[in-house]
Design a protein around this ligand. Structure first.
Ligand code: ZN
Length: 307
């Protein structure tokens, strides 16, 4: 198997990563066949495989989380070797995050340094420079997106998991983290660490899927948000709890409007695989496939200020 660690792994039990309690409420049963994993299993913006680990709901936190997962080494190996074929979507997503951030950032805040955790090919680092941040740093565990980053951005990216480097306390004005909190073993530890890295008054800005949003509710188990990459899924309530527990105040949680080409929406939509592949190959060859559709498809952003 490529891209997803080794064939052999053991499953372990996992408690709610926010409150540490074990939930008795099943959300979705496991649907996982390691033989079907490919090099894109841990890639961003991939063709959904509709596989998942068993998911539980913590009613206390309103968080859906994987209650049994493989050992951490297996998951990490999957990220290191993940493929990347989504530069165009990465750039469009970065523009959407930048628009939303620009609306929420305090006008007077200092803009010396910013850190983007899980930065992929660094598309958002360019946006940060355009917003006036002089020193930008990205962290990305997968090698392939970094290889595809433009040279002036590539040398701002560290190829490692967040936490491997100890940055000094209070060394950033802004920390961002997009579609990454779902993937990490402990989203609370990540946000507490982000809080430590921020100067007083510094801002944490994240984007995540909302499992309570209408598209996820309509598609149910067929929603692409239910995926082995996602160890937890947030709602407005769980995001607010996460920010509060990690030490952030003045939290703003808002739906995000994404703009993507039609081909990308088709890629995400639950259709039988052969029909989807045939539609995608036709759309890729036609200009219709490039038509941009803008919609609120169930992503949330949260912005909080270090208390
Ligand atoms: Zn909980």
């Amino acid at each position: 198997m490529t891209g997803a660690g080794s064939d052999s792994f053991t499953m372990r039990e996992r408690a709610c990563p926010l409150c540490g309690q074990r939930s008795q409420t099943q959300w979705l049963e496991q649907k996982f066949d390691p033989a079907q994993l490919d090099g894109f299993a841990f890639a961003s913006r991939k063709l959904p495989e509709l596989m998942r680990f068993p998911l539980a709901l913590c009613r206390e936190c309103d968080l859906v989380y994987a209650s049994q997962v493989p050992d951490l080494d297996w998951i990490r190996a999957g990220y290191r070797d993940a493929g990347f074929d989504a530069a165009r979507e990465s750039s469009l997503a970065a523009e959407a995050y930048a628009r939303q951030l620009a609306r929420g950032l305090p006008a007077t805040m200092r803009r010396d340094s910013a850190l983007d955790i899980g930065c992929g090919d660094g598309a958002f680092l360019r946006c940060l420079r355009e917003m006036g941040f002089t020193e930008v740093t990205g962290i990305e565990p997968s090698e392939e997106p970094i290889r595809q980053a433009p040279p002036d951005i590539r040398n701002c990216i560290r190829n490692e998991f967040f936490g491997a480097t100890r940055f000094p306390d209070a060394s950033f004005d802004l920390v961002t983290c997009f579609q990454t909190l779902e993937h990490t073993e402990s989203p609370l530890e990540l946000c507490i660490e982000a809080c430590r890295l921020l100067r007083p008054g510094g801002v944490l800005f994240v984007a995540d899927h909302d499992f309570r949003a209408l598209p996820a509710r309509v598609l149910g188990a067929f929603s692409p948000i239910y995926d082995i990459e996602h160890l937890q899924l947030f709602s407005r309530r769980s995001l607010a709890r996460l920010f509060d527990l990690a030490g952030f105040g003045d939290v703003q949680i808002l739906p995000l409007r994404n703009s993507y080409p039609l081909t990308y929406w088709v890629k995400l939509f639950p259709l039988p695989r052969l029909i989807k592949m045939s539609m995608l190959s036709k759309l890729e060859r036609s200009s219709i496939g490039q038509w941009r559709l803008s919609a609120r498809m169930g992503n949330l952003t949260a912005l909080g200020i270090r208390r």
